[in-house]
Write a protein that binds this ligand. Sequence first.
Ligand code: ADP
Ligand code: MG
Length: 396
Amino acid sequence: MAKKSINDIDFAGKRVLVRVDFNVPLEGGKITDETRINAALPTINALVEGGARVVLCSHLGRPGGKPDPELSLAPVAERLDEILDTTVKMAPDCVGDEVARMRAELGEGEVLLLENTRFHAGEEDNDPEFAKALAGDAEVYVDDAFGSMHRAHASTVGVTEYIADCVAGLLVHKELDSLQKCRDASGDGFIVILGGAKVSDKIDAITKLLPRAEKLLIGGAMAWSFAKALGKEIGESLCKPESFEAAREILETMDDDVLAKMVLPVDVHMRQVEPDTGETRYAPIDAIEAGWNALDIGPETRKKYRSIIVDEAEIVFWNGPMGYFEKPPFDEGTKAVAQALADTDAYTVVGGGDSAAAINQMGFEDRMSHVSTGGGASIEFVQGDDLPGVEALDEK
Ligand code: ADP
Ligand code: MG
């Protein structure tokens, strides 16, 4: 299912529409983190150097289908103009006569950034007329925004109906290459680690990955839903009703030999919240008492998960933190798993907003085989779903 990438196209003189991820954090019109801009540079530079007329588009935040000056991409255009060796112009909108004129006037190697696509309801509705206007005069479409490829929006899918060649940018190319290894993996040596707040958010991932994995290690508050569904006392630990229901459904509907591959925490790190003494303690999973809140996996679980990751794994996919990692010392379980991934010889892929952030925070980024920029998109792709934005690209 290899998709064409920008490496397969001659761009000289071509009119190109590039979907990038410029969904950057802004504070008072200032960009507070340039990671996403820097990530897009290799593709943009390749197109500029190849002589393309480059039109960039992206969403930013959730303006709800109408213009919101606070969510303008203008600060990104300004920054890009400083970084790139070519002129970068900012369009007043992403569609319309004025924008069409600016696109037509674009010279080879020049760059135009369109305004926030979500200023129009047609973006998220994937409205054909809006998509056609956004496609404009483009001869080639490049998608380099992996994190949006699980959504069928105008800028990720709709435009491809109106553009002859549709290919992956360098970021997407690398994502597909790395994540395909996890998508194809099954059986011995395929270890999946899932954490995070709710089972209901990951029910598809569990039901699709558990049959394929050698083992699926569970962490995060998700684990307490399973513990409760198995009849254990979990005290004041986080367990949303929808999460509990999802855990019960999985335990009731999946075959026992498949469920046997699910590995749950054997101990916890918990804090007394009623009364709120602030006391913290490790305890076996069977010994959580009323008034206590389990906020992380305990040391025995960390040891057990580490030995599976280091001794058994050939390929690891990890999504979701092991505990309330924003609040030390409850980041220790997540850190221990990150350390194990850094130390194993296995092929390691991390996806998911919070788990990727944890990896970066801890400085382990370079020790992973791949850290995905897509949360929802990476897990859906790995669990075997077809992403609309990927399907829309040309096959090799
Ligand atoms: P991801 O973004 O990686 O997919 P989620 O969004 O599903 O992960 O879950 C991450 C959130 O879950 C984090 O804010 C984390 O603090 C919270 N969390 C995980 N475990 C616990 C826990 N035991 N108690 C409270 N919150 C938890
Ligand atoms: Mg999250």
